[in-house]
Structures are given as structure tokens and as C-alpha cells.
Design a binder for this molecule. Structure first.
Ligand code: FES
Ligand code: FE2
Length: 434
């Protein structure tokens, strides 16, 4: 079928969505144009391209792009396409292009900002319309690129909100992540994990604040953690993190949820990685912050305890354990998740190691926790392809969400507010309203 605006609007109800939003390839293609063709999308962190000529390839929606450090020291984001025959300029991955890009097909070359540098044997172009100064013969840059505290976002739309306005209520999560460094800066370190998930991209976002699944889906890991803790006679942080998923419904109910414009949001922290008074790692972190910012500010920075933040369309930063799970849609039923871990510049190395431990335990392909989720995402994808029903429920606490500046909140941590909020933004994007 071809979707009219009216039929798209009919897919989202105040308390449920039609399953075709997860399964129809035509919807996926519309999303690539109307969401990923407009929104600010995280391209990567500037620390991934520290030197002139360094590049990192990634995807903005269905578009292969190159994030590259130019001779002007600015980070550029270019479509990965040679204007001659359309070849991808660089193979997917990271590298250094030197002073310019050289296409591996016929050796046209381009400056690091994408502008045309040279094509071999120029006399062959004499008398033709070929013009090296014309944009037609240069690599094309994405319409807008902005950097917020080292986080580089690109938008394919020339018009729209500034990055700062777009991030709105979750800009403070990036701030807190950076402020946890005594130098106010972070860098991607220790490599990245990549996991291909057999499911639609939106399912991951919905799961990030889905507190009702934790003690069901993750039963095997939290029961094992409890058994091990009993055998050791104590509960180290490694086990505590897995144990947290086993909290009863009452615990989750008391957490508060924040949902903002454009589908973003965050939830309150689930556990504290350690008290300043009793945990030596947290203590040393606090001391490094206190030396840089003073006691009061250091306490405020570490006192900001958020669990997964959602930047809808880009992924999920985690401030306390310094991660960014970057969510890249591949097809209607395939999603690539890239897990970045950050080093807080100037903070004790033990803090970085703690972040790596969290990545290994919770987010890595060999984690004891994430495979549970991936299994369920895949089952949602499969189940929604049967004729067993058409609608996906988001009824929990529907109608009770409270408005706040730039969004909504719920004091019931089991509310499905985050999913409802994401689909309100989804609908607005798909109807061209934002
Ligand atoms: S395709 Fe790039 S130079 Fe020919
Ligand atoms: Fe989970």
C-alpha cells in the first residue's frame, strides 16, 4: 500500500500503535526520509577523529557517511559517494585519508571538506560542462553539522531547530557526562562493540525505559548474580549491577520518568555505583572533581544519577557508566547497535575501567544481560508478523502523564509514557509537523 498522511496518523493511537510500524518495509523507507532525513543524528564523537585526515564511517539513517577531521581542524560529515561514478569513497571503517581523499576507482581527489581537488588528465574535459568549481563534481556534505561538547550531530535538512533546541531536555545528560571529567571533556576509548539485532530500530528505544520487563526477561542473570553473591559472602559492584534487574515491581514503580519533545527522555538512576564515603573508586573520582570544581559542584555532578537517556534517532547515552549505545537502523527488521565507552579526561583510570566493566557486563555481545533483550526484540519482530493481532499496547498509566516544560513526566516508573511519547514524535515527523 501507499500511505497517505491520514493512514499514517491512524497507525498511532494515544495508547497503542499498529504493528505495521515495525514490520512494513514501506514505513521503514518513509522513516528514512521523514525522520532520518530531517532530525539531528549523532554521527560520532570528535575524539574518534583526533588528527587531520582521520575519518570514521557511519550511517545517518540509510545514508553511508564519512565523519572526517579537515585541515581547518573542523569535523565534517560527508556522504560517502564519489561524484564521478558514485563509488563509495572509502570502505566502511576508520582510517586516515592523509591530506585528501582519493577515489579508488579513477583517482579523482577531494579536499577533506569534500571539495573537488583534481581529476587525472584534465584535457579530456576541455569543451565539456565539467567544472571543478561546481558542487556537482565535489563530494556532498550533509546540510548541517554541529558539535555539542565533542558530540558531533548531522542533519540532512537545511532548515530546522538548532542542535541545542533539538536536544532540549536531554542536553543536560551530555553535560553531566562531560562534567564528570575534571577537564569537562570525554573521549571514546577502548574500541567499540557492534551488535546486529534481528529487529526494528524502534523496539530498542522502547525497551530503554521499559521497567516492567527487567525482573522477567533478566531472571537468569540476576538469579545467578544472587547465587554468586551468596557463595562469595558479599555483593561486589559487578554482581550488584546484574542483581538490580531483579528488583520487585514496587521498586520500579517509584522511579520517575521524563519524556521530552522529539521523542527524547531519561529515567532516574537504578543504582548508585558507590558512595563517596565507602567506595574508594568513587572517592578518588570525587576528589579529582573537587580539585577542579570545588566541593559543592563536585557533589552536584556526582549526585546527578540518571539511567539510560534517550536521544531519539541517535541512541542512548548512559552518564554514570560513560556509555553511548548508538542505534543504527539497517532495514525494517535489522538494527546495528554500536557501543561506545568514554574515558573521562583527567579522572582516575579506575573510573574508565568501571565503565568498561559495565559495557562488558550489560552491553557487550558476550554480556549476560543484553542477549536476553535481543531475544525478546527478535520475538516481537516475529510475533508481529503473524496474523495473531494488529495492535501493540501502550496502555499502562495512559492518560495520567503530567506536562512539564518541553515534555511530560510520570511519577509511576512503570508507566509506558516513554513509548507513547516516542510515537507522538514519530507521528509528527512522519506527518511533516516537526
Ligand atoms: S568513481 Fe570515483 S573517480 Fe571514478
Ligand atoms: Fe533489558
Amino acid at each position: 500500500m501507499s500511505y497517505s498522511n491520514e493512514s499514517i496518523a491512524g497507525l498511532v493511537r494515544p495508547d497503542s500503535v499498529h504493528k505495521s510500524v515495525y514490520t512494513d518495509p514501506e514505513i521503514f523507507q518513509l522513516e528514512m526520509d521523514r525522520i532520518y532525513g530531517h532530525a539531528w543524528i549523532y554521527a560520532g564523537h570528535e575524539s574518534q577523529v583526533p588528527k587531520v585526515g582521520d575519518y570514521h564511517t557511519t550511517r545517518i539513517g540509510d545514508q553511508d557517511v564519512i565523519m572526517v577531521r579537515g585541515v581547518d581542524n573542523k569535523v565534517h560529515v560527508l556522504y560517502n559517494r564519489c561524484p564521478h561514478k558514485g563509488a563509495m569513497l572509502v570502505a566502511r571503517g576508520d582510517g586516515n585519508a592523509g591530506k585528501f581523499f582519493r577515489c579508488p576507482y579513477h583517482a579523482w581527489t577531494f579536499k577533506l571538506d569534500g571539495s573537488h581537488l583534481a581529476a587525472p588528465i584534465r584535457r579530456g574535459f576541455e569543451g565539456t560542462r565539467f567544472d571543478p568549481a561546481s558542487p556537482e563534481f565535489s563530494m556532498r556534505a550533509l546540510a548541517r553539522v554541529e558539535n555539542y561538547r565533542g558530540f558531533v550531530f548531522a542533519s540532512q535538512a537545511a532548515e530546522g531547530p538548532s542542535l541545542s533546541d533539538f536536544l532540549g531536555g536531554v542536553r543536560s545528560s551530555i553535560d553531566n557526562l562531560c562534567d564528570r571529567s575534571p577537564e569537562g571533556e570525554v573521549e571514546v576509548a577502548g574500541g567499540v562493540f557492534k551488535v546486529m539485532q534481528p529487529s526494528n530500530w524502534k523496539v530498542f528505544y522502547e525497551n530503554l525505559h521499559d521497567t516492567m520487563h527487567a525482573n522477567v526477561t533478566h531472571e537468569s542473570s540476576y538469579t545467578s548474580a544472587r547465587e554468586q553473591a551468596e557463595a562469595y559472602g558479599s555483593m561486589p559492584l559487578e554482581l550488584h549491577i546484574m542483581d538490580g534487574n531483579g528488583e520487585p515491581y514496587d521498586f520500579w514503580e517509584k522511579l520517575s520518568l521524563m519524556a521530552f519533545d522529539y521523542g527524547h527522555g531519561y529515567m532516574e538512576g537504578i543504582f548508585n555505583p558507590g558512595a563517596i564515603e565507602t567506595d574508594p573508586v568513587t572517592r578518588s573520582h570525587f576528589e579529582s572533581l573537587e580539585a577542579a570544581y570545588g566541593r559543592e559542584r563536585a557533589l552536584a555532578i556526582l549526585g546527578e544519577n540518571r539511567h539510560n537517556t534517550i536521544i531519539y534517532g541517535s541512541g542512548s547515552p548512559h552518564t554514570v557508566f560513560q556509555q553511548f549505545r548508538v542505534i543504527r537502523p539497517i532495514s525494517v527488521d535489522r538494527t546495528m547497535v554500536e557501543i561506545q565507552t568514554f574515558r573521562l579526561k583527567g579522572a582516575p583510570e579506575a573510573i574508565f575501567k568501571r565503565g568498561l566493566m559495565y559495557a562488558n557486563l550489560i552491553n557487550s555481545p558476550s554480556s549476560n544481560v543484553m542477549p536476553d533483550d535481543i531475544e525478546l526484540y527478535g520475538r516481537c519482530q516475529q510475533g508481529n508478523q503473524t496474523r495473531g493481532g494488529d495492535w501493540v499496547s501502550q496502555h499502562r498509566y495512559a492518560g495520567t502523564d503530567k506536562p512539564i516544560e518541553g515534555g511530560m513526566t510520570s511519577i509511576n516508573g512503570t508507566s509506558e509514557l516513554p513509548m507513547r511519547n516516542q510515537f507522538q514524535a514519530w507521528k509528527q515527523y512522519m506527518l511533516g509537523e516537526i
